[in-house]
Design a protein around this ligand. Structure first.
Ligand code: UD1
Length: 416
């Protein structure tokens, strides 16, 4: 198993190009199942998760080529509607194939995703939504089987604006008969891109960008041609690293996706220069503590909570960080404590007492974003750190150690 070895406390400087967004490209890849023909997606990050999804598309019968970020998927040859346990257990987003398979073929068989490192992550909104659209849902041997002769438009409301359920129900409803209304829909930038792409494929979705989506079902769609939006979570991770490690310019980024992160960094005392497609963050010498509560977009993303905890551990004072989306998402805390951070947990709130001098240690990553937080901790810490189980970071960050190395970090990947 690979690990990262980091010699910390090195000043970083330079620029880094942000990759296409993992959380945007996965639903786009799922949407290629909606219609036959050759789909083209550019700026596809080379990640474990995109490779897993490609594998899944091929198991369903699609043909694909992936070259230098350019992905072609031909979904004319789909001959299976089953997403097997072995794939779904490694990546919950495999569940995204359910909506398009159900919409196009009237049937999908997808292994029920289990829990994850930060507790149970139900799919009840997805299933309730498919049922509302007229599908029959049964659970058999750990698989959800959904069937419908023809989906019918319906009113669907989510108690919490779920990103996954919004994407999945949207993909099913674009081929349903009649009108669907989704209320309390997620409005994350990747949902907006999915709506825009579906419309370009011939779907009729109104209200794009708002939390009420109106879908007028169509008979048929045509293949997509799209460039994936920049990864706001990767960008946020580099911004947070720069706040305490050096002057870093992010290129090919969309600053409008990062308003809240930019504002929080400014509150912490950082100077940022924001242009249309780039952001420069300058190291802040006296970082101020800033409380933060995660929220759905445009709130502070839960996917940057762990990284913010790492940053606040070296701020000059105490801060409170609350995760309202995933109450148990704090597996990074005991590991950051191993690096010397002073953090206590009370339910879904972390109290971080800064500033602490972080010192290199062996730590273990538990999920994608927790690993990014440990990497920031290790880059700040004096001396050598080893981050094990780095396969988690490879699921969601493209060439992470190469990008940090180019900025001047002393970091290497080792086997074992
Ligand atoms: C997506 C992201 C993940 C991010 C999360 C929140 C992808 C591939 N993953 O995950 O990185 O952390 O959004 O921004 O895009 N919920 C239910 N029932 C459901 C669905 C969700 O109760 O059927 C709850 C969840 O437990 C959670 C909240 O709704 O508390 C939001 O989850 P959701 O937006 O669905 O997250 P994912 O789409 O799984």
């Amino acid at each position: 198993m690979d690990k990262l070895v980091v010699n910390g406390a090195k000043e970083l400087s330079g620029s880094v190009e942000i990759s296409g967004a993992k959380n945007a490209v996965l639903p786009l890849m799922a949407a290629t199942l909606l219609t036959e023909g050759e789909h083209s997606i550019n700026r596809v990050p080379d990640l474990k998760d995109t490779r897993t999804f490609l594998n899944l598309l091929e198991m369903l019968g699609a043909k694909s080529t992936y070259n230098n970020g350019d992905l072609l998927v031909d979904s004319s040859t789909i001959n299976s509607v089953e997403a097997p346990y072995d794939l779904v257990k490694t990546m919950r987003a495999s569940f995204y194939v359910m909506g398009p398979l159900l919409g196009r073929f009237g049937e999908a068989r997808v292994s029920l995703p289990g829990g994850c490192a930060w507790g149970p992550r139900p799919v009840d909104y997805h299933l309730k939504g498919f049922e509302n659209l007229g599908a029959e849902i049964i659970l058999e041997k750990g698989y959800i089987i959904a069937r419908a002769k023809k989906l019918k438009g319906a009113l669907i409301h989510f108690d919490i604006p779920s990103v996954g359920a919004t994407a999945n129900i949207l993909m099913a409803s674009v081929l349903a008969e009649g009108k669907t209304q989704i209320t309390n829909a997620a409005i994350e930038p990747h949902i907006v891109q999915l709506c825009e792409v579906l419309n370009e494929m011939g779907a009729h979705i109104e209200g794009v960008g708002s939390n009420i989506l109106f879908v007028n079902g169509v008979e048929k769609l045509s293949p997509m041609k799209v460039e994936t939006i920049p990864d706001m979570i990767e960008a946020g991770t580099f911004l947070i690293a720069g706040a305490t490690l050096g002057n870093i310019t992010l290129k090919k980024v969309d600053p409008t996706h990062l308003n809240i992160v930019i504002r929080k960094l400014e509150q912490a005392g950082c100077e940022l220069v924001v242009n249309d497609n780039s952001i420069t963050v300058n190291k802040c010498d006296k970082l101020q503590p800033v409380d933060m509560t995660t929220d759905v977009h445009p709130g502070f993303p839960t996917d940057l909570q762990a990284q913010w905890v790492a940053l606040m551990s070296v701020a000059n004072g105490s801060s409170h960080i609350t995760d309202t989306i995933y109450h148990d998402r704090f597996a990074h805390v005991p590991e950051l404590i191993r690096l010397g951070a002073d953090i206590s947990l009370n339910k879904n709130m972390a109290l971080i007492r800064g500033p602490k001098k972080l010192k290199g240690a062996q730590v273990m990553s538990t999920d994608i974003r927790a690993s990014a937080s440990l990497l920031i901790g290790a880059l700040i810490a004096e001396g050598e750190s080893e981050i094990s189980r780095i396969y988690h970071i490879d699921r969601g960050y493209e060439k992470i150690e190469e990008k940090f190395k180019l900025l001047g970090a002393d970091i290497r990947r080792e086997n074992g």
